[in-house]
Design a protein around this ligand. Structure first.
Ligand SMILES: [Zn+2]
Length: 255
């Protein structure tokens, strides 16, 4: 067992930088600083863009009127643009029967299939209108139900950057790239994404992140790297299963 874990660990290690709550109104000071850092080290993060943000909390942050131009620039640099909900409004509440049994507020949970399909279509149309290509999704607050997955598949979105596990895995014909920690912690092996909320950062957070990036450059991967490392093998399935329940109890909640 140990040897096979070691073999897998050498081949399959990587961390995708997932940036959350990217929208017109956000903490642009830290976004600018992160962009310089990413450019310096040729890092290609995954940008979780809210296409039609209506979340009152997020609307309080400074607005960038040239937001979509900026998103197109990111895309032209090879950064991956992903859809983070449609309007980021928490109109729903999960009773812990959601996909990951988290419970908590949601934009999608409990809505009918048609309502969720409309939300996803509306969001995707906004990206299309702005000339942005989108191949993946992650929901606000990690909350999904079966209709969310069905609606995503109907719109040909079959990759979600969320969930438990040490490695990407398939569930319900969707590839999940797990997102394990709020803080950027590198495990000895595995392929996961971070979640980074710039809106709550101060100078100290940025400095820590910069140091973390510089110390882990060889482990930071792009979206395409993560997809190419996908392995549906039994060993990975077993390890994912073993680790799932341990992590479930230790998870830090953040939307
Ligand atoms: Zn969010």
């Amino acid at each position: 067992m140990f040897n096979s874990i070691k073999k897998i660990s050498t081949k399959y290690t990587g961390l995708l930088i997932r940036m959350d709550d990217i929208t017109e109104c956000m903490n642009w000071e830290y976004m600018n600083r992160c962009e310089s850092l990413f450019d310096k080290y040729a890092i290609k993060p995954l940008m979780g863009v809210i296409p039609i943000n209506q979340d009152p909390e997020l609307l309080n942050f400074p607005k960038n009127d040239k937001f979509w131009e900026r998103v197109r620039t990111w895309q032209s640099k090879g950064w991956e643009i992903t859809m983070h909900g449609c309007n980021h409004l928490y109109t729903q509440r999960s009773d812990k029967k959601d996909l990951f049994n988290y419970g908590g507020n949601s934009e999608f949970y409990g809505l009918s299939y048609d309502e969720q399909l409309l939300k996803i279509k509306t969001g995707l149309e906004e990206f299309k209108r702005r000339n942005i290509k989108v191949r993946s999704f992650f929901a606000p607050n990690h909350i999904y139900d079966k209709n969310t997955l069905k609606a995503l598949k109907e719109c040909d979105i079959k990759i979600i950057i969320d969930g438990y596990g040490l490695f990407p895995y398939f569930y319900n014909e969707i590839l999940f790239i797990p997102q394990l920690f709020y803080k950027e912690i590198i495990l000895p092996f595995g392929i996961q994404s971070t979640q980074i909320h710039l809106n709550y950062w101060d100078n100290d957070d940025f400095n820590k992140f910069e140091k973390f990036v510089e110390q882990n450059l060889n482990k930071i991967i792009s979206y395409d790297d993560a997809i190419s490392k996908v392995n549906k093998g039994l060993k990975i399935g077993v390890i994912n299963y073993l680790i799932k329940n341990i992590l479930k109890t230790k998870r830090v909640f953040f939307n």
